[in-house]
Ligand binder design. Sequence first.
Ligand code: CDP
Length: 227
Amino acid sequence: MTKIPSPSIIALDGPAASGKSTLGQKLADSLGYLFFDTGIMYRAITWIALQHDLDLRDETVMTDLAQNAHIDIRPPSKNDGRPCDVIIEEKDATWDMRSGDVDANVSVVSSYADVRKALSGQQRRIGLRGNIVMVGRDIGTVVLPEAHLKIYLDASAEERAKRRYNEIIARGEQASYDEILKKVIERDRIDSTRAVAPLRPAEDAIIIDSDKMDADQVFERVMGLCR
Ligand code: CDP
C-alpha cells in the first residue's frame, strides 16, 4: 500500500487560549515535525520592553526591538509543563513571558505593521522548510498561505478563560477567572480588529469549535485530517 504523505506545512490559528499550543505540540510530536509557537516572538519583545521600561506605544522603538532582539529557544530544562525554555538576555523568561503584564500589552505591540513585518519574515523563512506545525493568529492567512493544512481552532471566551485559569492554578500561581475572561475578550478584540493581519480563519481553513471537545478529541480529529 502506498503511504500517503502527511501535509508538510500545518498552519494552526485561533484566538487566545483556544488550545493551539497543546494541539500543535502533540501534532508535531506525532508527525516528527518542528513545533513553532509564533506567539513567543510577540510575547518576548513585549517582555523585553517591559523589563527596560521602554515605551510600548512607540512603534519605532518596538520595531527596532523586533528587528534586533536575541531570543533563544532551548529544550525544556524543567519538568513544569513548559514546552521549551525561552532565554532572553541570559534570563529564563519562559513563564514571565506569560504574565498578566505581557498579556495586557502584547496585542498592542503585535498590531504594529513593521513589528509584524520583522517577525513574520523570520517565521515564513523557517516555515517554508516544511515538516512544521506553526501556531499563531495569521499563519494560514499571511505567514504561510501555501500551508497544506490550515486549522482554525475556536472556543467560546468563557471556555478559553476557564482553560487558562486552570493552567495558571496548576502551576501553583494565583488567578481570578473574571479577570482572565476580561483580558481574553480584550485581546481577541484587538487581535481581530487590527489593520494588519487580523485574527480570522483563512478561506480554506477547517474551523474546529473545541467547546465540547477535550484535547484528545481535538487531536484525533486533526490527525484524521492529516491522514
Ligand atoms: O497563548 P495565547 O493564545 O494566549 O497567546 P499567544 O499565541 O502566545 O499570542 C500572544 C499574542 O501575540 C496574541 O494575542 C497576538 O496579539 C499576538 N500574536 C500575533 O499577533 N500573531 C501571531 N502569529 C501570534 C501571536
